[in-house]
Design a protein around this ligand. Structure first.
Ligand SMILES: Cc1cc2nc3c(=O)[nH]c(=O)nc-3n(C[C@H](O)[C@H](O)[C@H](O)COP(=O)(O)OP(=O)(O)OC[C@H]3O[C@@H](n4cnc5c(N)ncnc54)[C@H](O)[C@@H]3O)c2cc1C
Length: 402
């Protein structure tokens, strides 16, 4: 990383600076030998284990269950994702899914669920996953059709199909959202932890994407799950999912920031060493304009990401607007930064094995998952209207917006 001056911003404490520096040094040393892009399952298993052994997965669970902070410290999560993504997309993925796949348990699970599931995930002994999306319910979560039907007093039977499930096929357990029927639409969903070995759960197919990582479609057929594995109350599934995404959405922005920052570094190095028309490429004013735009976008994205993370860490109950802005801006900006980097590399930029080509494939899905850019726009606009309505009705502090 050429410019780490953002770490001196007032969003951070010394523990964050230490964490980012140590993780960066660890990642530079450890990650490369663990990754084989032709075998993403084995690579992710190795990455999870080594991230656990290195103590980095302690950032994804609370202190009481083997973590480093009393609850989620979103700045630490964002720094981890930014740093890991700048080294290797799969390492960021392995880290992020341990957090997203247990986030609902951390936020809403019973003590027994936390005791059972969180420590192994923090040690890197178990792999987690988050199963919300379905073939007919992606952006429109409330259209979900997977059902959880009572089976005796203490169990439910889960039936349905989940798709686009990261870690599908290698996870030890899945947080599964299903229609439990307390009310129509979003109010009739519940969340359950389903162990991968549960009879009735199968991997229907694996999905191959442009930046490969473990991804699958799951089928649930009369999959019998104890009610004790429900996360939160009956009908609270949507609330559980949204609160989890409220924590993790800005971390997607952080991952994009890491990819974008790496692209800027690569582009700068290339532009200053590649000779064109008798001088370095970086002497050409149009290249300078590109580099200036890229650097400004990196800093703008960082400001939005760490503003959202800091706000959440200050105890804001929800950071819906801030996290949506961070996710939307950082992912869109990173796409444009990486595209500019590819252009600066010329033919080399689209050559397999060159880092910017990998970044170009890696960034694309981040503009779609955990709420596509269009969904974030809807969220931001709705939050602004809510703010105005609250101000009009007089029950809002106009300065803090709380
Ligand atoms: C690599 C990858 C990993 C994923 N991992 C997981 C996972 O681990 N767990 C999980 O549950 N899901 C996961 N997903 C699923 C992801 O969350 C969905 O793909 C996403 O929610 C979009 O749903 P969809 O693909 O069905 O697209 P659709 O819902 O069909 O949307 C298509 C497009 O419509 C546009 N759109 C959406 N809403 C609006 C709107 N209001 N106005 C205008 N345009 C709009 C957007 O451009 C969107 O991309 C993953 C997806 C990918 C690609």
């Amino acid at each position: 990383m050429i410019d780490a001056s953002f770490l001196s911003w007032p969003f951070f404490e010394d523990r964050h600076r230490q964490f980012a520096g140590d993780l960066n040094a660890w990642a530079a040393r450890e990650i490369k030998p663990l990754v084989d892009h032709h075998d993403v399952d084995a690579s992710c298993r190795r990455l999870v284990r080594r991230l656990g052994e290195g103590g980095w997965l302690k950032a994804v669970v609370p202190q009481a269950y083997g973590g480093i902070s009393p609850s989620f410290d979103v700045r630490t999560l964002c720094l981890a994702r930014e740093t890991l993504a700048s080294h290797e997309g799969l390492a960021d993925f392995a880290f992020a899914m341990q957090g997203l796949g247990t986030g609902p348990i951390t936020l809403f699970g019973s003590d027994a669920l936390k005791e059972q599931y969180l420590p192994p995930v923090a040690r890197g002994d178990a792999i987690a996953a988050f199963a919300l999306s379905e073939p007919e319910a992606g952006s429109d979560v409330a259209a979900m059709s997977t059902t959880a039907t009572p089976d005796g007093p203490d169990h439910v039977l889960i039936d349905g199909v989940k798709t686009w499930i990261s870690n599908g096929g290698i996870a030890d357990h899945y947080v599964v959202f299903a229609r439990s029927g307390e009310a129509p639409g979003a109010k009739g969903l519940s969340a359950y932890v389903v162990d991968a070995q549960t009879p009735g759960l199968s991997i229907e197919s694996r999905i191959d994407v442009i930046a490969p990582h473990p991804l699958a479609t799951l089928r649930f057929e009369a999959c019998r799950v104890p009610l004790a594995k429900r996360i939160g109350g009956p009908g609270e599934g949507f609330k559980v999912a949204m609160a989890t995404l409220d924590v993790f959405r800005s971390t997607v922005g952080a991952a994009a920031l890491g990819l974008g920052r790496r692209a800027l570094t690569e582009a700068l190095r290339h532009a200053s060493s590649r000779k064109l028309f008798g001088a370095p490429l970086s002497d050409l004013q149009m290249t300078q304009a590109s580099l200036a735009d890229m650097a400004t976008s990196v800093d703008s994205a960082a400001l939005l990401v760490y503003r959202a993370a800091w706000t959440k860490d200050q105890g804001a109950p929800r950071v819906t607007r801030e996290a949506a802005m961070a996710k939307m801006y950082a992912t869109e900006a990173a796409q444009s930064i990486i595209d500019k980097a590819v252009q600066i590399f010329g033919g080399l930029g689209v050559t397999k094995g060159v880092k910017v080509e990998e970044l170009y494939r890696e960034i694309r899905a981040l503009r779609i998952y955990e709420g596509a850019t269009e969904v974030q726009k809807v969220v931001i606009a709705r939050e602004l209207v809510k703010l105005l309505e609250a101000q009009r009705s007089g029950d809002l502090d106009t300065v803090s917006g709380q």
